[in-house]
Design a protein around this ligand. Structure first.
Ligand code: HEM
Length: 548
Protein backbone atom coordinates (compact mmCIF):
# COMPACT_ATOMS: atom_id res chain seq x y z
CA UNK A 1 0.00 0.00 0.00
CA UNK A 2 2.87 2.41 0.68
CA UNK A 3 4.03 2.37 -2.99
CA UNK A 4 4.85 5.73 -4.59
CA UNK A 5 3.67 6.59 -8.12
CA UNK A 6 4.32 9.43 -10.53
CA UNK A 7 1.32 10.74 -12.48
CA UNK A 8 2.74 9.15 -15.64
CA UNK A 9 2.97 5.74 -13.85
CA UNK A 10 -0.73 6.03 -13.06
CA UNK A 11 -1.68 7.26 -16.53
CA UNK A 12 -0.60 3.93 -18.06
CA UNK A 13 -3.32 2.15 -16.03
CA UNK A 14 -6.18 3.54 -18.06
CA UNK A 15 -7.78 0.41 -19.54
CA UNK A 16 -10.51 -1.86 -18.11
CA UNK A 17 -7.98 -4.68 -17.55
CA UNK A 18 -5.77 -2.39 -15.42
CA UNK A 19 -7.65 0.62 -14.11
CA UNK A 20 -6.21 3.09 -11.59
CA UNK A 21 -7.57 6.43 -10.45
CA UNK A 22 -6.21 9.20 -8.21
CA UNK A 23 -8.25 10.73 -5.38
CA UNK A 24 -6.59 13.39 -3.23
CA UNK A 25 -3.08 12.26 -4.29
CA UNK A 26 -3.78 8.64 -3.31
CA UNK A 27 -3.84 5.95 -5.97
CA UNK A 28 -6.66 3.39 -6.17
CA UNK A 29 -6.73 0.18 -8.22
CA UNK A 30 -10.39 -0.13 -9.28
CA UNK A 31 -9.86 -2.89 -11.88
CA UNK A 32 -11.78 -5.53 -9.95
CA UNK A 33 -14.08 -3.03 -8.25
CA UNK A 34 -15.40 -1.49 -11.50
CA UNK A 35 -18.01 -4.23 -12.04
CA UNK A 36 -19.48 -3.75 -8.58
CA UNK A 37 -19.27 0.08 -8.58
CA UNK A 38 -22.84 1.30 -7.85
CA UNK A 39 -22.29 4.29 -10.17
CA UNK A 40 -21.35 1.97 -13.07
CA UNK A 41 -18.05 0.93 -14.66
CA UNK A 42 -18.11 3.29 -17.67
CA UNK A 43 -17.85 6.35 -15.44
CA UNK A 44 -14.74 4.89 -13.78
CA UNK A 45 -13.20 3.93 -17.11
CA UNK A 46 -13.61 7.51 -18.35
CA UNK A 47 -11.33 8.76 -15.56
CA UNK A 48 -8.96 5.74 -15.71
CA UNK A 49 -5.30 6.75 -15.21
CA UNK A 50 -6.31 10.29 -14.17
CA UNK A 51 -6.89 12.48 -11.15
CA UNK A 52 -10.60 11.90 -10.38
CA UNK A 53 -10.73 13.82 -7.08
CA UNK A 54 -13.19 16.44 -8.32
CA UNK A 55 -15.58 13.85 -9.76
CA UNK A 56 -15.23 11.61 -6.69
CA UNK A 57 -16.22 14.34 -4.21
CA UNK A 58 -19.14 15.30 -6.38
CA UNK A 59 -20.83 11.94 -5.81
CA UNK A 60 -19.54 10.52 -2.53
CA UNK A 61 -18.93 11.45 1.07
CA UNK A 62 -15.78 10.72 3.06
CA UNK A 63 -17.18 7.61 4.74
CA UNK A 64 -17.08 5.84 1.33
CA UNK A 65 -13.40 6.57 0.94
CA UNK A 66 -12.70 5.36 4.48
CA UNK A 67 -14.64 2.16 3.86
CA UNK A 68 -12.88 1.23 0.60
CA UNK A 69 -9.42 2.67 1.27
CA UNK A 70 -8.05 -0.50 2.87
CA UNK A 71 -9.29 -2.62 -0.04
CA UNK A 72 -8.49 -0.43 -3.07
CA UNK A 73 -5.64 1.98 -2.29
CA UNK A 74 -2.34 0.80 -3.78
CA UNK A 75 -0.17 3.81 -2.95
CA UNK A 76 0.18 7.59 -3.20
CA UNK A 77 1.61 10.12 -5.65
CA UNK A 78 5.25 11.12 -5.23
CA UNK A 79 4.02 14.73 -4.92
CA UNK A 80 2.05 13.92 -1.74
CA UNK A 81 3.78 15.29 1.36
CA UNK A 82 5.01 12.49 3.63
CA UNK A 83 3.32 12.24 7.06
CA UNK A 84 5.62 14.18 9.41
CA UNK A 85 6.67 12.62 12.73
CA UNK A 86 4.84 14.26 15.66
CA UNK A 87 6.51 17.66 16.31
CA UNK A 88 8.16 18.49 19.62
CA UNK A 89 5.70 20.31 21.87
CA UNK A 90 6.20 24.06 21.48
CA UNK A 91 5.21 26.87 23.75
CA UNK A 92 1.72 28.02 22.73
CA UNK A 93 1.56 31.32 20.89
CA UNK A 94 -1.56 33.35 21.61
CA UNK A 95 -4.20 32.50 18.97
CA UNK A 96 -5.13 35.06 16.32
CA UNK A 97 -8.50 36.59 17.22
CA UNK A 98 -10.91 37.63 14.49
CA UNK A 99 -11.13 41.43 14.36
CA UNK A 100 -14.58 42.93 14.99
CA UNK A 101 -16.47 44.31 12.00
CA UNK A 102 -16.19 48.10 11.70
CA UNK A 103 -18.92 49.77 13.75
CA UNK A 104 -19.35 46.96 16.33
CA UNK A 105 -18.49 47.41 19.99
CA UNK A 106 -15.56 45.29 21.18
CA UNK A 107 -15.60 44.51 24.88
CA UNK A 108 -12.47 43.16 26.58
CA UNK A 109 -13.21 40.19 28.89
CA UNK A 110 -12.69 40.98 32.57
CA UNK A 111 -10.08 39.13 34.64
CA UNK A 112 -12.88 37.31 36.51
CA UNK A 113 -14.40 36.06 33.27
CA UNK A 114 -10.99 34.76 32.13
CA UNK A 115 -10.67 32.75 35.32
CA UNK A 116 -14.08 31.11 35.25
CA UNK A 117 -14.24 29.87 31.69
CA UNK A 118 -11.93 27.40 30.05
CA UNK A 119 -11.84 28.08 26.30
CA UNK A 120 -11.21 24.75 24.63
CA UNK A 121 -9.24 24.05 21.46
CA UNK A 122 -11.23 24.11 18.27
CA UNK A 123 -12.60 20.77 17.14
CA UNK A 124 -14.34 19.39 14.05
CA UNK A 125 -14.82 20.87 10.59
CA UNK A 126 -15.53 24.42 11.90
CA UNK A 127 -18.60 24.88 9.70
CA UNK A 128 -20.57 27.54 11.60
CA UNK A 129 -23.50 26.03 13.56
CA UNK A 130 -22.72 22.47 12.40
CA UNK A 131 -21.36 21.70 15.87
CA UNK A 132 -22.21 23.35 19.20
CA UNK A 133 -20.34 26.64 19.50
CA UNK A 134 -18.14 25.40 22.39
CA UNK A 135 -16.50 23.06 19.80
CA UNK A 136 -15.52 26.14 17.82
CA UNK A 137 -13.60 28.28 20.38
CA UNK A 138 -16.64 30.03 21.88
CA UNK A 139 -16.54 30.09 25.72
CA UNK A 140 -19.10 28.07 27.69
CA UNK A 141 -19.65 27.67 31.45
CA UNK A 142 -20.71 24.02 31.07
CA UNK A 143 -17.84 22.27 29.32
CA UNK A 144 -14.22 21.61 30.29
CA UNK A 145 -11.34 19.49 29.01
CA UNK A 146 -12.94 16.25 30.26
CA UNK A 147 -15.94 16.93 27.98
CA UNK A 148 -13.61 17.66 25.08
CA UNK A 149 -11.74 14.39 25.68
CA UNK A 150 -14.96 12.37 25.79
CA UNK A 151 -16.16 14.07 22.61
CA UNK A 152 -13.00 12.92 20.83
CA UNK A 153 -13.25 9.39 22.26
CA UNK A 154 -16.80 8.94 20.95
CA UNK A 155 -16.26 10.71 17.64
CA UNK A 156 -13.17 8.69 16.72
CA UNK A 157 -15.08 5.47 17.34
CA UNK A 158 -18.12 6.63 15.37
CA UNK A 159 -16.01 7.73 12.39
CA UNK A 160 -14.09 4.46 12.24
CA UNK A 161 -16.60 1.84 13.31
CA UNK A 162 -20.04 3.17 12.40
CA UNK A 163 -20.14 5.82 9.66
CA UNK A 164 -18.76 3.66 6.82
CA UNK A 165 -21.28 0.85 7.42
CA UNK A 166 -24.44 2.57 8.55
CA UNK A 167 -26.23 2.52 5.18
CA UNK A 168 -25.85 -1.27 4.85
CA UNK A 169 -26.87 -1.88 8.44
CA UNK A 170 -29.97 0.27 8.04
CA UNK A 171 -31.01 -1.64 4.92
CA UNK A 172 -30.44 -4.92 6.80
CA UNK A 173 -32.53 -3.44 9.66
CA UNK A 174 -30.03 -4.44 12.30
CA UNK A 175 -26.74 -3.32 13.82
CA UNK A 176 -24.16 -6.07 14.55
CA UNK A 177 -24.53 -7.31 18.12
CA UNK A 178 -20.87 -6.58 18.95
CA UNK A 179 -21.45 -2.84 18.47
CA UNK A 180 -23.88 -2.75 21.40
CA UNK A 181 -21.44 -4.81 23.47
CA UNK A 182 -18.65 -2.37 22.68
CA UNK A 183 -20.74 0.59 23.85
CA UNK A 184 -21.18 -1.26 27.16
CA UNK A 185 -17.53 -2.28 27.45
CA UNK A 186 -16.43 1.31 26.88
CA UNK A 187 -18.39 2.28 29.99
CA UNK A 188 -20.66 4.59 27.99
CA UNK A 189 -23.94 2.82 28.81
CA UNK A 190 -23.34 3.25 32.54
CA UNK A 191 -22.94 7.00 32.00
CA UNK A 192 -26.45 7.41 30.59
CA UNK A 193 -28.49 7.04 33.75
CA UNK A 194 -29.23 10.70 34.49
CA UNK A 195 -27.52 9.99 37.83
CA UNK A 196 -24.09 9.53 39.37
CA UNK A 197 -21.82 7.17 37.44
CA UNK A 198 -22.57 3.68 38.94
CA UNK A 199 -18.91 2.72 39.34
CA UNK A 200 -19.66 -0.27 41.61
CA UNK A 201 -21.77 -2.01 38.95
CA UNK A 202 -19.42 -1.98 35.95
CA UNK A 203 -16.15 -3.69 35.09
CA UNK A 204 -14.89 -0.89 32.79
CA UNK A 205 -15.32 2.86 33.22
CA UNK A 206 -15.04 5.52 30.50
CA UNK A 207 -11.44 5.92 29.30
CA UNK A 208 -11.36 9.71 29.07
CA UNK A 209 -13.42 10.70 32.15
CA UNK A 210 -12.98 9.40 35.73
CA UNK A 211 -16.34 8.35 37.29
CA UNK A 212 -16.11 11.00 40.04
CA UNK A 213 -15.97 13.76 37.40
CA UNK A 214 -19.00 12.48 35.48
CA UNK A 215 -21.93 14.90 35.06
CA UNK A 216 -25.00 15.23 32.87
CA UNK A 217 -23.10 17.21 30.24
CA UNK A 218 -20.94 14.10 29.66
CA UNK A 219 -24.17 12.21 29.10
CA UNK A 220 -25.22 14.85 26.57
CA UNK A 221 -21.96 14.37 24.66
CA UNK A 222 -22.30 10.59 24.33
CA UNK A 223 -25.81 10.83 22.88
CA UNK A 224 -25.01 13.88 20.75
CA UNK A 225 -21.87 12.38 19.20
CA UNK A 226 -23.57 9.01 18.52
CA UNK A 227 -26.42 10.87 16.82
CA UNK A 228 -23.94 12.40 14.33
CA UNK A 229 -24.30 9.10 12.46
CA UNK A 230 -27.59 10.52 11.18
CA UNK A 231 -29.66 7.44 11.92
CA UNK A 232 -32.39 7.23 14.54
CA UNK A 233 -32.31 3.45 14.04
CA UNK A 234 -28.66 3.28 15.10
CA UNK A 235 -29.06 5.51 18.16
CA UNK A 236 -32.16 3.66 19.30
CA UNK A 237 -30.51 0.32 18.70
CA UNK A 238 -27.64 1.07 21.07
CA UNK A 239 -29.30 3.50 23.50
CA UNK A 240 -33.05 3.34 22.93
CA UNK A 241 -34.36 0.49 25.08
CA UNK A 242 -31.49 0.79 27.51
CA UNK A 243 -31.71 4.55 28.07
CA UNK A 244 -35.37 4.39 29.09
CA UNK A 245 -35.65 0.84 30.49
CA UNK A 246 -32.62 0.86 32.78
CA UNK A 247 -32.87 4.04 34.94
CA UNK A 248 -36.11 2.99 36.73
CA UNK A 249 -34.52 -0.32 37.77
CA UNK A 250 -31.32 1.35 38.96
CA UNK A 251 -33.18 4.09 40.86
CA UNK A 252 -36.17 2.22 42.27
CA UNK A 253 -35.25 -1.51 42.08
CA UNK A 254 -34.46 -3.57 45.19
CA UNK A 255 -30.76 -3.92 45.94
CA UNK A 256 -30.68 -7.71 45.31
CA UNK A 257 -32.31 -7.25 41.91
CA UNK A 258 -29.99 -4.39 40.97
CA UNK A 259 -26.89 -6.33 42.05
CA UNK A 260 -28.04 -9.42 40.16
CA UNK A 261 -28.98 -7.98 36.77
CA UNK A 262 -27.41 -4.53 36.43
CA UNK A 263 -23.74 -5.48 35.80
CA UNK A 264 -24.75 -7.68 32.82
CA UNK A 265 -26.83 -4.84 31.34
CA UNK A 266 -24.34 -2.01 31.92
CA UNK A 267 -21.44 -4.05 30.54
CA UNK A 268 -23.37 -4.65 27.30
CA UNK A 269 -23.95 -8.41 27.70
CA UNK A 270 -27.70 -8.25 28.31
CA UNK A 271 -30.38 -6.02 26.85
CA UNK A 272 -33.26 -4.24 28.52
CA UNK A 273 -36.22 -2.26 27.17
CA UNK A 274 -39.13 -0.22 28.46
CA UNK A 275 -42.61 -1.65 27.88
CA UNK A 276 -45.31 0.93 28.61
CA UNK A 277 -47.25 1.68 25.42
CA UNK A 278 -50.13 -0.62 24.47
CA UNK A 279 -52.23 -1.03 21.32
CA UNK A 280 -54.86 1.13 23.07
CA UNK A 281 -52.80 3.31 25.45
CA UNK A 282 -50.05 5.49 24.02
CA UNK A 283 -49.59 8.93 25.54
CA UNK A 284 -52.62 8.12 27.77
CA UNK A 285 -50.53 6.00 30.17
CA UNK A 286 -53.05 6.09 33.05
CA UNK A 287 -55.39 3.87 31.01
CA UNK A 288 -53.15 0.91 30.35
CA UNK A 289 -54.65 -2.56 30.75
CA UNK A 290 -51.80 -5.12 30.80
CA UNK A 291 -52.66 -6.93 34.01
CA UNK A 292 -50.53 -8.35 36.85
CA UNK A 293 -52.32 -10.46 39.50
CA UNK A 294 -50.67 -11.56 42.69
CA UNK A 295 -50.52 -15.39 43.02
CA UNK A 296 -52.32 -17.01 45.94
CA UNK A 297 -49.07 -17.62 47.84
CA UNK A 298 -48.15 -13.93 47.34
CA UNK A 299 -44.78 -14.83 45.78
CA UNK A 300 -45.43 -13.94 42.15
CA UNK A 301 -47.33 -11.64 39.87
CA UNK A 302 -48.94 -13.35 36.87
CA UNK A 303 -48.79 -10.99 33.90
CA UNK A 304 -51.09 -11.03 30.86
CA UNK A 305 -51.40 -8.42 28.12
CA UNK A 306 -49.83 -6.76 25.09
CA UNK A 307 -47.33 -3.96 24.53
CA UNK A 308 -46.78 -2.23 21.18
CA UNK A 309 -43.99 -0.11 19.56
CA UNK A 310 -41.44 -1.38 22.11
CA UNK A 311 -37.93 -0.31 21.05
CA UNK A 312 -35.35 -3.16 21.18
CA UNK A 313 -38.05 -5.61 22.35
CA UNK A 314 -36.99 -8.38 19.94
CA UNK A 315 -33.51 -8.52 21.45
CA UNK A 316 -34.41 -7.76 25.07
CA UNK A 317 -33.62 -10.06 27.98
CA UNK A 318 -35.48 -7.77 30.40
CA UNK A 319 -38.65 -5.70 30.09
CA UNK A 320 -39.28 -2.80 32.48
CA UNK A 321 -43.05 -3.08 32.23
CA UNK A 322 -45.98 -0.94 33.33
CA UNK A 323 -48.83 -3.15 34.53
CA UNK A 324 -52.21 -2.73 36.17
CA UNK A 325 -52.20 -4.10 39.72
CA UNK A 326 -55.10 -2.06 41.10
CA UNK A 327 -58.09 0.17 40.32
CA UNK A 328 -58.51 2.01 36.99
CA UNK A 329 -56.54 5.20 36.35
CA UNK A 330 -53.10 6.26 37.51
CA UNK A 331 -53.37 4.92 41.08
CA UNK A 332 -53.54 1.26 40.04
CA UNK A 333 -50.31 1.08 38.03
CA UNK A 334 -47.11 -0.70 39.05
CA UNK A 335 -43.79 -1.31 37.32
CA UNK A 336 -42.35 -4.84 37.07
CA UNK A 337 -39.04 -6.07 35.74
CA UNK A 338 -40.06 -9.02 33.54
CA UNK A 339 -37.37 -11.52 32.57
CA UNK A 340 -37.70 -13.24 29.19
CA UNK A 341 -36.27 -16.41 30.71
CA UNK A 342 -39.45 -16.77 32.84
CA UNK A 343 -41.29 -18.02 29.71
CA UNK A 344 -44.57 -16.78 28.21
CA UNK A 345 -42.98 -13.71 26.55
CA UNK A 346 -43.45 -13.48 22.78
CA UNK A 347 -41.86 -10.72 20.65
CA UNK A 348 -42.54 -9.87 16.98
CA UNK A 349 -40.76 -7.23 14.88
CA UNK A 350 -43.00 -4.44 13.57
CA UNK A 351 -42.40 -2.85 10.16
CA UNK A 352 -42.32 0.90 10.59
CA UNK A 353 -41.77 4.07 8.56
CA UNK A 354 -38.47 4.98 10.24
CA UNK A 355 -35.77 3.95 12.74
CA UNK A 356 -35.44 0.63 10.91
CA UNK A 357 -32.51 -0.84 12.81
CA UNK A 358 -33.99 -0.08 16.23
CA UNK A 359 -36.13 -3.24 16.37
CA UNK A 360 -39.62 -1.86 17.04
CA UNK A 361 -41.56 -4.74 18.59
CA UNK A 362 -45.00 -6.10 19.48
CA UNK A 363 -44.74 -7.92 22.83
CA UNK A 364 -47.28 -10.35 24.34
CA UNK A 365 -47.18 -11.64 27.90
CA UNK A 366 -49.05 -14.89 28.45
CA UNK A 367 -49.27 -15.98 32.13
CA UNK A 368 -45.72 -14.80 32.79
CA UNK A 369 -44.60 -15.52 36.37
CA UNK A 370 -42.74 -12.55 37.86
CA UNK A 371 -41.25 -12.79 41.38
CA UNK A 372 -42.52 -10.04 43.73
CA UNK A 373 -38.87 -9.08 44.28
CA UNK A 374 -38.97 -7.70 40.71
CA UNK A 375 -41.42 -4.93 41.65
CA UNK A 376 -39.80 -1.55 40.81
CA UNK A 377 -40.88 1.05 43.37
CA UNK A 378 -44.09 0.42 45.32
CA UNK A 379 -47.24 -1.44 44.29
CA UNK A 380 -49.79 0.89 42.66
CA UNK A 381 -47.28 3.75 42.78
CA UNK A 382 -45.76 3.01 39.38
CA UNK A 383 -47.18 6.13 37.75
CA UNK A 384 -44.66 8.22 39.65
CA UNK A 385 -41.78 5.95 38.51
CA UNK A 386 -42.94 6.36 34.92
CA UNK A 387 -43.35 10.12 35.22
CA UNK A 388 -39.88 10.72 36.70
CA UNK A 389 -38.43 8.60 33.92
CA UNK A 390 -40.13 10.73 31.26
CA UNK A 391 -37.94 13.78 31.90
CA UNK A 392 -34.81 11.74 31.27
CA UNK A 393 -36.28 10.01 28.23
CA UNK A 394 -37.37 13.31 26.72
CA UNK A 395 -33.99 14.94 27.26
CA UNK A 396 -32.50 12.01 25.30
CA UNK A 397 -34.97 12.56 22.46
CA UNK A 398 -34.24 16.31 22.44
CA UNK A 399 -30.47 15.73 22.21
CA UNK A 400 -30.91 13.33 19.30
CA UNK A 401 -33.45 15.44 17.41
CA UNK A 402 -31.25 18.53 17.76
CA UNK A 403 -28.17 16.74 16.47
CA UNK A 404 -30.20 15.30 13.59
CA UNK A 405 -31.22 18.86 12.74
CA UNK A 406 -27.53 19.78 12.73
CA UNK A 407 -26.74 16.80 10.48
CA UNK A 408 -29.39 17.98 8.00
CA UNK A 409 -27.93 21.47 8.17
CA UNK A 410 -24.28 20.35 7.93
CA UNK A 411 -24.91 18.03 4.99
CA UNK A 412 -26.79 20.87 3.27
CA UNK A 413 -23.96 23.37 3.76
CA UNK A 414 -21.40 20.88 2.42
CA UNK A 415 -23.54 19.93 -0.55
CA UNK A 416 -24.54 23.51 -1.35
CA UNK A 417 -20.86 24.51 -1.31
CA UNK A 418 -20.03 21.95 -4.04
CA UNK A 419 -23.08 21.64 -6.25
CA UNK A 420 -23.45 24.22 -9.02
CA UNK A 421 -26.70 25.31 -10.68
CA UNK A 422 -27.25 28.15 -13.15
CA UNK A 423 -23.49 28.85 -13.17
CA UNK A 424 -23.20 29.35 -9.39
CA UNK A 425 -22.63 27.23 -6.33
CA UNK A 426 -25.96 26.55 -4.58
CA UNK A 427 -24.76 28.45 -1.51
CA UNK A 428 -24.27 31.56 -3.63
CA UNK A 429 -28.03 31.72 -4.24
CA UNK A 430 -29.65 33.89 -1.52
CA UNK A 431 -32.70 31.61 -1.44
CA UNK A 432 -30.51 28.68 -0.35
CA UNK A 433 -28.63 30.77 2.24
CA UNK A 434 -31.99 31.79 3.66
CA UNK A 435 -32.91 28.13 4.15
CA UNK A 436 -29.59 27.48 5.91
CA UNK A 437 -30.02 30.53 8.14
CA UNK A 438 -33.54 29.46 9.10
CA UNK A 439 -32.20 26.05 10.11
CA UNK A 440 -29.22 27.44 12.03
CA UNK A 441 -31.17 29.95 14.11
CA UNK A 442 -33.66 27.31 15.24
CA UNK A 443 -30.95 24.73 16.01
CA UNK A 444 -28.93 27.17 18.12
CA UNK A 445 -31.96 28.38 20.09
CA UNK A 446 -33.02 24.78 20.80
CA UNK A 447 -29.52 23.75 21.90
CA UNK A 448 -29.24 26.78 24.23
CA UNK A 449 -32.52 25.81 25.92
CA UNK A 450 -31.28 22.21 26.15
CA UNK A 451 -28.06 23.29 27.91
CA UNK A 452 -30.14 25.34 30.33
CA UNK A 453 -32.46 22.44 31.16
CA UNK A 454 -29.56 20.00 31.64
CA UNK A 455 -27.85 22.45 33.98
CA UNK A 456 -31.06 22.89 35.98
CA UNK A 457 -31.81 19.13 36.07
CA UNK A 458 -28.35 18.43 37.44
CA UNK A 459 -28.93 20.94 40.27
CA UNK A 460 -32.33 19.60 41.42
CA UNK A 461 -33.37 16.37 43.09
CA UNK A 462 -35.59 14.06 41.09
CA UNK A 463 -38.90 15.19 42.60
CA UNK A 464 -38.14 18.90 42.17
CA UNK A 465 -37.00 18.24 38.61
CA UNK A 466 -40.15 16.22 37.85
CA UNK A 467 -42.35 19.09 39.03
CA UNK A 468 -40.46 22.16 37.90
CA UNK A 469 -38.85 20.87 34.71
CA UNK A 470 -41.72 18.66 33.50
CA UNK A 471 -43.27 21.65 31.70
CA UNK A 472 -40.13 23.16 30.13
CA UNK A 473 -38.84 19.73 29.04
CA UNK A 474 -42.19 18.89 27.41
CA UNK A 475 -42.13 22.23 25.55
CA UNK A 476 -38.52 21.70 24.51
CA UNK A 477 -39.30 18.19 23.24
CA UNK A 478 -41.94 19.64 20.91
CA UNK A 479 -39.55 22.44 19.92
CA UNK A 480 -36.75 20.00 19.05
CA UNK A 481 -38.89 17.67 16.95
CA UNK A 482 -40.50 20.55 15.05
CA UNK A 483 -37.06 21.97 14.29
CA UNK A 484 -35.93 18.50 13.21
CA UNK A 485 -38.92 18.17 10.88
CA UNK A 486 -38.21 21.62 9.43
CA UNK A 487 -34.51 20.89 8.89
CA UNK A 488 -35.17 17.49 7.30
CA UNK A 489 -37.60 19.12 4.90
CA UNK A 490 -35.34 22.03 3.98
CA UNK A 491 -32.31 19.76 3.56
CA UNK A 492 -34.35 17.54 1.29
CA UNK A 493 -35.30 20.55 -0.85
CA UNK A 494 -31.63 21.58 -1.11
CA UNK A 495 -30.50 18.06 -2.03
CA UNK A 496 -33.36 17.51 -4.49
CA UNK A 497 -33.58 14.11 -6.18
CA UNK A 498 -30.55 12.60 -4.47
CA UNK A 499 -32.26 12.70 -1.09
CA UNK A 500 -35.38 11.15 -2.59
CA UNK A 501 -33.55 7.94 -3.53
CA UNK A 502 -32.03 5.74 -0.83
CA UNK A 503 -28.22 5.47 -0.46
CA UNK A 504 -25.57 7.70 -2.00
CA UNK A 505 -24.81 11.31 -1.09
CA UNK A 506 -28.32 12.07 0.11
CA UNK A 507 -28.59 8.91 2.25
CA UNK A 508 -28.57 10.65 5.62
CA UNK A 509 -31.23 13.14 4.57
CA UNK A 510 -33.52 10.49 3.05
CA UNK A 511 -33.20 8.39 6.22
CA UNK A 512 -33.65 11.24 8.68
CA UNK A 513 -36.71 12.45 6.80
CA UNK A 514 -38.27 9.02 7.43
CA UNK A 515 -37.14 9.07 11.08
CA UNK A 516 -38.88 12.39 11.91
CA UNK A 517 -42.18 10.87 13.06
CA UNK A 518 -40.33 8.45 15.35
CA UNK A 519 -39.26 11.55 17.30
CA UNK A 520 -42.41 13.67 17.01
CA UNK A 521 -44.78 10.94 18.30
CA UNK A 522 -43.17 8.68 20.97
CA UNK A 523 -42.14 9.96 24.41
CA UNK A 524 -45.25 12.19 24.27
CA UNK A 525 -46.63 13.52 20.97
CA UNK A 526 -46.02 17.19 20.10
CA UNK A 527 -49.65 18.07 20.85
CA UNK A 528 -49.58 16.43 24.30
CA UNK A 529 -46.16 17.98 25.01
CA UNK A 530 -47.21 21.52 24.18
CA UNK A 531 -50.38 21.23 26.22
CA UNK A 532 -48.48 19.67 29.14
CA UNK A 533 -45.82 22.39 29.02
CA UNK A 534 -48.51 24.99 29.79
CA UNK A 535 -50.65 22.94 32.19
CA UNK A 536 -47.70 21.76 34.28
CA UNK A 537 -45.94 25.13 34.31
CA UNK A 538 -49.13 26.97 35.35
CA UNK A 539 -49.65 24.47 38.17
CA UNK A 540 -46.07 24.78 39.42
CA UNK A 541 -46.00 28.56 39.16
CA UNK A 542 -49.26 28.78 41.11
CA UNK A 543 -47.44 27.00 43.93
CA UNK A 544 -44.47 29.34 43.46
CA UNK A 545 -46.76 32.35 43.98
CA UNK A 546 -47.82 33.32 40.45
CA UNK A 547 -49.93 36.52 40.39
CA UNK A 548 -52.41 36.84 37.57
C1 HEM B 1 -12.20 4.74 -5.00
C2 HEM B 1 -13.10 4.93 -5.96
C3 HEM B 1 -14.60 4.84 -5.81
C4 HEM B 1 -15.34 4.14 -4.90
C5 HEM B 1 -14.83 3.24 -3.77
C6 HEM B 1 -16.73 4.41 -5.19
C7 HEM B 1 -17.80 3.89 -4.49
C8 HEM B 1 -19.11 4.20 -4.72
C9 HEM B 1 -20.21 3.76 -3.92
C10 HEM B 1 -20.12 2.86 -2.68
C11 HEM B 1 -21.34 4.29 -4.45
C12 HEM B 1 -22.78 4.09 -3.94
C13 HEM B 1 -23.33 5.33 -3.42
C14 HEM B 1 -23.08 5.62 -2.00
O1 HEM B 1 -23.26 4.71 -1.18
O2 HEM B 1 -22.74 6.80 -1.69
C15 HEM B 1 -20.96 5.05 -5.61
C16 HEM B 1 -21.84 5.73 -6.43
C17 HEM B 1 -21.45 6.50 -7.49
N1 HEM B 1 -20.17 6.77 -7.90
FE1 HEM B 1 -18.49 5.99 -7.11
N2 HEM B 1 -16.80 5.26 -6.26
C18 HEM B 1 -15.51 5.54 -6.66
C19 HEM B 1 -15.13 6.40 -7.67
C20 HEM B 1 -15.98 7.12 -8.45
C21 HEM B 1 -15.59 8.08 -9.46
C22 HEM B 1 -14.14 8.44 -9.76
C23 HEM B 1 -16.74 8.56 -10.02
C24 HEM B 1 -16.90 9.57 -11.11
C25 HEM B 1 -16.03 9.78 -12.07
C26 HEM B 1 -17.85 7.91 -9.38
C27 HEM B 1 -19.18 8.14 -9.65
C28 HEM B 1 -20.24 7.61 -8.96
C29 HEM B 1 -21.63 7.89 -9.26
C30 HEM B 1 -22.15 8.78 -10.40
C31 HEM B 1 -22.39 7.20 -8.34
C32 HEM B 1 -23.91 7.20 -8.22
C33 HEM B 1 -24.29 8.37 -7.34
C34 HEM B 1 -25.76 8.45 -7.02
O3 HEM B 1 -26.47 7.45 -7.06
O4 HEM B 1 -26.18 9.57 -6.71
N3 HEM B 1 -17.36 7.04 -8.43
N4 HEM B 1 -19.60 4.99 -5.74
Amino acid sequence: MSKTFSTSDVSSHNKPDSLYIIVDEDVYDVTKFQDEHPGGKKILQRVGGKDASKQFWKYHNDSILKKYQGKLQVGSLDSKPKAEPAPEPVKEEPKAQPAPEAGTASVEPTAAAEEEVEVLDQYGDMIPFADPSWYQTFPSPHFNQSHADLREEVRDWVEEKIMPYIDEWEEAKRIPEEIYKEVGQKGWLAGLMGAEYPRHLVSNTVKSVPPEKWNQFHELIITDELARVGSGGFVWNVLGGFGIGCPPVLKYGKKELVDRIMPGILNGDKRICLAITEPDAGSDVANLTCEAKLSEDGKHYIVNGEKKWITNGIWADYFTTAVRTGEGGMNGISVLLIERSAGGVETKRMDCQGVWSSGTTFVSFDDVKVPVENLIGKENKGFRVIMTNFNHERIGIIIQATRFSRVCYEESVKYASKRETFGKKLIEHPVIRLKLAEMARQIEATYAWLEQVIYQASHMDETEAMLKLGGPIAGLKAQSTRVFEFCAREASQIFGGISYTRGGRGAKIERLYRDVRAYAIPGGSEEIMLDLSMRQSMRVHKILGMKL
